[in-house]
Design a protein around this ligand. Structure first.
Ligand code: RM4
Ligand code: MN
Ligand code: MN
Length: 426
């Protein structure tokens, strides 16, 4: 849909204004301390994975309103991510949820991925729903279940996920457990943890040595009294007993209100255990809204920790798998993802613009106001020209969302796939 030629045509009318704005920003005396060219290069290099389950509309238990033209097959999903990647050049990978997206035609998929310049970054297991023909039920848990047969089925499912992932060169298994209890007394809290630990160890043992296991936590939902892995402390404890290939995954929506997520991020980086990131926006809990739509300052502070840790030689080298884990109930999923990627890049750009030397000095001398002002200065910088410059230099659209609309992408997808084509997922 977006050939280089077409992108050039779409960029043409925006070019002169963009160049003026970029130059103005790059030469701004406020950014004297920053290496703007290096910032743009870092933005070009930054890639965030798109989950195969976020390409259709989500919903709530009250209803779901399909966008039309949703991708019904994995091939269509890859093609949709190809559209995003053509526009912003920052979404070069896809995460798969098994069994929502079991790869079938491996050579065909490999070819398609290559054509679109995409890779599969991680596979996500699903032991929170029962599948047809599945002998054991996950109603009372999976890896933590009291019945060994259920645990074994869940372990095997995770091992199968690795097998699917290997066919497409993925190297990461993401595990999020819905396990927990709804009522006090329902579950023995310590024993549930120990059973989970044992099950995870069996999966870990079966994983190839160049794979990473990401252990995601979540404080509540679908269980409301207790979750077996409710917080980063539990995830970290599990990872530490499993081994170095086990890493914690932070999902921005998986915290109770007002949690200082940036501090969690800083700690996990310090311990060399931050392996994965699920971006989304959150007002109350696991809302899965557009990243940066509700708390842009928090998103910036999180990136500030990531950038700071990457500069600190005492912190183990960074290898974080970034992904957008969102659900779109009222927006066009592709537009929502373009917005999320842009907000992520903007937060990253602002974090890269922080005057770190001045900040360190202000912190060391306990100059509270100056320290805060340094962060606010970076946060309040209009970095849109830098993000646009990164898109442009990488071969994408100066304004991906505008290009998406100008091209009538959704209308074309509806024409191709029909109004009622619905995607797999929640
Ligand atoms: C969970 C969690 C997982 C995601 C599922 C669909 O809340 O965020 O990462 O795979 O939802
Ligand atoms: Mn998640
Ligand atoms: Mn979630």
């Amino acid at each position: 849909m977006f050939s280089d030629q077409r992108l050039a045509e779409l960029n043409q009318p925006l070019l002169a204004e963009h160049q003026t704005q970029f130059q103005y920003t790059a030469e701004s005396p406020r950014l004297r301390h920053a290496d703007v060219a290096a910032v743009v290069q870092k933005l070009i290099d930054f890639q965030v994975a798109i989950p195969s389950w976020a390409l259709g509309t989500g919903g709530t238990r009250f209803g779901r309103f399909a966008a039309g033209g949703e991708p019904a097959t994995l091939e269509d999903k890859i093609s949709d991510v190809g559209i995003l990647q053509a526009l912003n050049r920052s979404s070069n990978s896809i995460s798969l949820h098994i069994p929502w997206d079991i790869p079938q035609d491996i050579p065909g998929l490999q070819q398609l991925l290559k054509e679109k310049g995409l890779v599969i970054d991680s596979v996500n297991s699903n032991t929170f729903q029962d599948q047809k023909d599945q002998p054991q039920s996950y109603k009372f848990g999976s890896l933590s279940h009291t019945d060994k047969a259920v645990r074994e089925q869940a372990i095997q499912h995770n091992i199968d996920c690795v097998r699917y992932g290997r066919q497409l060169d993925a190297k990461t298994l993401t595990i999020w457990l819905a396990d927990g209890s709804n009522f006090p007394g329902q579950s023995h809290l310590r024993r549930a943890f120990l059973r989970t630990q044992e099950s995870l160890a069996a999966i870990y043992e079966a994983m190839p040595s160049d794979w990473t296991m990401l252990v995601e936590y979540k404080p509540y939902e679908p269980n409301f009294y207790s979750m077996v892995i409710p917080d980063w402390g539990t995830s970290l404890a599990l990872c530490q007993t499993l081994g170095q290939q086990a890493q914690v995954l932070v999902d921005l929506g998986h915290h109770l209100p007002n949690t200082n997520i940036e501090q969690i991020v800083g700690r996990l980086r310090q311990f060399g255990r931050l392996g994965g990131f699920h971006f989304n926006g959150s007002m109350y809990g696991d809302d899965d809204l557009t990243t940066g739509s509700i708390k842009p300052f928090q998103l910036f502070l999180i990136f500030n920790e990531l950038v700071d840790a990457a500069l600190d030689s005492s912190v183990p080298a960074e290898a974080v798998a970034y992904m957008i884990d969102a659900s779109h109930n009222v927006k066009d999923p592709l537009e929502d993802l373009l917005q999320s990627v842009e907000n992520i890049l903007s937060a990253y750009a602002k974090a890269l613009l922080v005057d770190r030397e001045a900040l360190a000095e202000a912190q060391d001398t306990n100059d509270v106001v100056r320290a805060e002002e340094i962060l606010r200065d970076a946060f309040l910088t209009d970095v849109r020209p830098l993000v646009s410059e990164a898109y442009l230099r990488a071969g994408g659209a100066i304004r991906p969302l505008a290009a998406f609309r100008a091209e009538g992408v959704r209308e074309k997808l509806i024409q191709q796939r029909g109004k009622h084509s619905v995607s797999t997922g929640l």
